[in-house]
Ligand binder design. Structure first.
Ligand SMILES: [Zn+2]
Length: 119
C-alpha cells in the first residue's frame, strides 16, 4: 500500500526546482502541524520519504528494582526537500505529528550531528 501511494504522489508532483518543496507533508512548506513529543536518535535505515531511527531509553523494572536499557525504533517521515541532507548513521531530531500512515507518526526536524563528526 505504501509504495503505491508514494508512486502516485511522485507522478502528480514532479519536482522541477530543488529549493521549492511540493511535499504537502512537509513541516516547512506543506500544511503539516507538528506537536507532541520530541526524540533524538540515530538513523539505521533510509527509504524514500521514510527514516528509521533508533535510540536508547532507561526503563525501570519493578521486579528487579533496577533500570535497564531498552532500544526503541521509531519511523519518521522524511520531507522531499531534506532528502539529500541526511545519511545512515546521522544523529537527528524528530517530532510527533498526526499519523501519516500505519507506522509513521513522526516527522524529521533537523540534523544534530553527521556521521563524519563522530569519528
Ligand atoms: Zn519542504
Amino acid at each position: 500500500m505504501e509504495k503505491k501511494k508514494a508512486q502516485k504522489k511522485i507522478e502528480k508532483k514532479p519536482k522541477i526546482v530543488e529549493t521549492i518543496c511540493n511535499d504537502k507533508d512537509c513541516p516547512h512548506h506543506g500544511n503539516l502541524k507538528i506537536r507532541g513529543r520530541t526524540f533524538e536518535g540515530t538513523i539505521i535505515k533510509k527509504h524514500p520519504k521514510r527514516l528509521t531511527i533508533e535510540f536508547e531509553k532507561m526503563t525501570y523494572v519493578r521486579k528487579y528494582e533496577r533500570y535497564f536499557k531498552s532500544k526503541i525504533k521509531v519511523h519518521a517521515r522524511l520531507p522531499l526537500c531534506k532528502e539529500k541532507e541526511v545519511q545512515i548513521g546521522d544523529l537527528i531530531q524528530i517530532r510527533e505529528c498526526r499519523p501519516l500512515s500505519k507506522i509513521i507518526h513522526f516527522v524529521y526536524i533537523k540534523k544534530i550531528k553527521s556521521k563524519e563528526d563522530n569519528k
